[in-house]
Ligand binder design. Sequence first.
Ligand code: AMP
Length: 188
Amino acid sequence: MLNLVLFGPPGAGKGTQSEKLIEKYGLVHLSTGDILRGEVSAQTELGKKAKALMDAGNLVPDEVVIGMINNKLESNPNAKGFIFDGFPRTSAQAEALDKLLAEKGTEINHMLALQVPDEELIKRLLLRGKDSGRADDANEEVIANRIKTYNEKTAPLITYYTNLGKYTAIEGVGTIDEIFDRLVAAIG
Ligand code: AMP
């Protein structure tokens, strides 16, 4: 199996590059943000609880997203591998992911971290907010909170994966194809 964590701050290009990677490697794309937005639009109980947190740019509780990932792993028993996009975002999530994968006799192969300067992230997110319909992309204060949350809660995972020898930094500025080529070269 090939299991990748595509890592990076909001606006780094994780969704765009995931689409290209799943096409090339035949992997299953697991984006906790996409799953949560699906719950919000279907107005499920989970979606109703998650919406306020998402709109403010705060994280949804660990046990909620870990449960979602567990369901997706269970419902794809024959997958060639997975791309985790926007997950894990906290140490508790990273530890839970390792445990879930170990129970299935597999593990994360690489954590590929897209590096993009903050000014570029803000520019990209505001541009995306114009037509994505995402409330959390349209407001500069919410964007700032998402970047702050990333720096405080998520960036420490770089150390976690570095200690496991799985961390690779990827320059996340350039054309979509240039960035994709760098990811493919890192996967090897
Ligand atoms: P994203 O599409 O990855 O930018 O996620 C949008 C929003 O969904 C985030 O700002 C969080 O509120 C929530 N979210 C997505 N993934 C996670 C996660 N792994 N842990 C906690 N909250 C998450």
